[in-house]
Write a new protein. Sequence first.
Length: 292
Amino acid sequence: MTIYSYDMLRTFQVVAQNLSMTRAALQLNQSKGSVSYQIKTLEQQLGFALFERANARLHLTSEGRRLLQVSQVSLDQIDQEIEGLRYKEPAPLTIALQTYFLTRWLSPRLMRFTAVHPEIGLRFVPLNFIGEMESIDADISICWAKEGLIDAPHERLFACPACPTGNSYIADKVRKEGLDNVILSTPLLLDSSESTGWQDWFDLAGLDFSQSQKGLSIADSNSRVQAVIDGQGIALWDLLVSPEVSSGRLHYLSDIWLDNYGYYVQAKKSNLESKAVGLFLNWLRDESMDAN
């Protein structure tokens, strides 16, 4: 059985997320030639193309999209297990969450927690879909959802409504053709609720979700933001993309918002006795009081 290079698969992930050899090389601190060579070698080993070029830009092939989706989950799980084997007691507090929420909301606030509790180590692992909250090996899980979608005991941190969001080209089409026409003919990107969020929005808008054009399922939430900016479809985004909206890279396309959605936190029952879990949950509650 062929064992493909872990490093090349990680390089593929970075290129796929940036859709640029140059940006990927900068992020990886490698030369563009090295990154290009790794992708070419990986494609030769796999026996199929991962990218195609159109108008001097990189685009994932259908095979590339499928490999990206499975590699994001599988390689992150490998990293998680390796880190778990390396750590000695006391183990760090493991928090599973969407990369989008980590970079846009949690990370800017974390210094306040670590300053007060320097003795508590933190480890973050990606959580892409609501259904993973029960199965993922983490002390605490955080995900965008609505009441009823999470089976185990949980609590809402704060409300964070969302609405259809697109790039400038899509926004121009909406102004000319109307949102109803555009949203039925444009690929829809699934979110952490998979199709539930879109079904709820279509119900509010009085549209038939079954008539919509199904689009990409991009597991990593930060990659999904970039996909919308690149024009790969329309996604449901909340106020955490306001920097892109302010810059004009993204546009809210509707005045119909999913008001009953927000960010929910769940701690596994077996971990509720942990002092570190209790301290972090209390800190989250305090921070979420002025979340918006």
